[in-house]
Design a binder for this molecule. Structure first.
Ligand code: AOF
Ligand code: ZN
Length: 335
């Protein structure tokens, strides 16, 4: 068993190369092993491209070894014709006798059919090696298919005394709570998620562009809640650097269950993950409706004494670290 875990771990490691580019596909990792030696590796190509298994199989130099090898993969090989042909067929075609899988694919198109196909062709299948790690690795994909909503990350920065903005927000130049290193990390995070969402007030008061700067990667789709219909095309969020979607009263009813309705809207638009960057009202709405998965909270050293209060939430602290003078805390919603 330990040997299987070692190679599934390697699958997860290489799968992370697909972070931010495979969406809405899951970022799968695959390793092919012959005689305890890795002879091929692959991860999911950017959306629409090859699946991990295809890349791993084609990376093997000596094809004749495949019929004596074991294929390791984080997610059940697919059985359907999507943008690409079924991976299970390819595994069968190459007579790979052993397949070790981290977790099942909950996409209704697959959902066990890939495993059945492999078994029916005489392939030895082991399912569930490092299952929890693989499910967690594919958290965006599983949340989308099982909870019918995107994976939700709430992010904000607060002063040491618990405010996200000083009282005199409008008169002052922007006041940075966090330092350069923390701000760069946020740009990296933006590349990792399918969409970024903010509320109306944030656009009206901060006029953010919500694009990725200081890091290489895709811009997320920008989503803005336009409750008051005060947004104009001159706001930076509408520049042509990335796609923007507006959720106004044409799409949802702002009187109640706003977060739930936003989730439904995002699900219908196939958005697999979203990072919500403010403001307090929007963040608090998602917290109150218990529609969030992770909080990433920066605490800067500055004191505001009064101002816009940071959101109030309960979560389980998973880890924390310091970035120069800032404290970064990761919380999970255990509900
Ligand atoms: C795999 N290996 O690397 C990935 C899989 O439209 P397609 O053809 O790209 O298929 C997308 C679906 O395939 C996706 O929803 C998920 O069920 C599965 N993703 N499967 O065997 C991979 N990325
Ligand atoms: Zn596939």
């Amino acid at each position: 068993m330990k040997i299987h875990e070692k190679y599934i771990k390697r699958c997860i490691e290489i799968a992370k190369n697909g972070l931010g580019s495979t969406r809405p596909n899951p970022m799968v990792g695959c390793v092919i092993v012959h005689d305890d030696i890795i002879i091929g590796e692959g991860f999911t190509s950017p959306y629409g491209g090859n699946h991990a298994e295809v890349n791993a199989i084609t990376s093997v130099k000596n094809e004749s070894l495949l019929k004596h090898s074991t294929l390791y993969v984080t997610l059940e090989p697919c059985s359907h014709f999507g943008k690409t042909p079924p991976c299970s067929d390819l595994i069968i075609k190459h007579n790979i006798p052993n397949v070790v899988i981290g977790c099942m694919d909950d996409n209704p198109e697959v959902a066990g059919k890939g495993i059945e196909k492999l078994k029916s062709e005489g392939c030895q299948v082991i399912l569930g090696v490092l299952e929890a790690e693989c499910k967690s690795h594919h958290k965006r994909f599983f949340t989308f298919h099982n909870k019918k909503r995107p994976y939700i990350i709430l992010k904000w920065a607060e002063s040491a005394d618990g405010f996200i903005a000083p009282k005199s927000r409008l008169q002052q130049k922007p006041v940075w709570i966090t330092n350069e290193a923390s701000r760069q990390l946020v740009h990296k995070w933006r590349t990792e998620e399918h969409a970024i969402l903010v509320g109306t007030t944030t656009v009206l008061e901060d006029n953010p562009s919500l694009t990725v700067r200081g890091w290489t990667g895709h811009n997320p789709i920008r989503i803005v809640l336009d409750k008051t219909r005060k947004l104009s095309k001159t706001h930076k969020i509408f520049n042509d650097e990335s796609k923007t979607m507006v959720i106004s009263s044409d799409e949802i009813n702002f009187d109640s269950n706003v977060a739930r309705q936003v989730c439904d809207f995002l699900f219908k638009n196939h958005i697999q993950s979203v990072i919500i960057e403010g403001g307090t009202t929007t963040l608090q709405t998602f917290i109150n409706e218990k529609l969030w998965d992770e909080v990433r909270l920066f605490k800067g050293p500055i004191l505001f004494k009064e101002g816009v209060k940071a959101p109030n939430f309960k979560g389980t602290l998973i880890s924390e670290k310091t970035l120069n003078d800032d404290l970064l805390q990761y919380y999970k919603n255990e509900l």
